[in-house]
Unconditional design. Structure first.
Length: 94
């Protein structure tokens, strides 16, 4: 998917949330991010389908919203993904 300056924001029709279409979060320009940030402020929850981000790319995209918290300690005693303290694994797979 090529970089787009104006992502399509599709509200869910519910009390909150919107789907963001037409962007590749790995190749996001400043104008497209500004539109996504505005959608986040307006809709509070955003859905991005079909993204293929590495852990590092996810962290880089997330940092554009501001400083990230560190992951809490998991039930297993493990704190975070090795080398990436911002990531927390949520899974029911043992």
């Amino acid at each position: 998917m090529k970089a787009v300056d104006s992502p399509l924001v599709v509200p869910t029709g519910g009390g909150l949330g919107a789907e963001i279409r037409g962007v590749d979060l790995r190749r996001l320009g400043d104008d497209a991010f500004a539109a996504i940030h505005r959608a986040w402020l307006d809709h509070l929850v955003l859905l991005f389908r079909g993204q293929q981000l590495t852990d590092a790319e996810l962290i880089a995209f997330s940092r554009r919203f501001g400083e990230l918290d560190l992951a809490p300690v998991q039930e297993t005693g493990r704190r975070f993904v090795e080398g990436m303290p911002e990531l927390y694994i949520v899974s029911n797979v043992l």
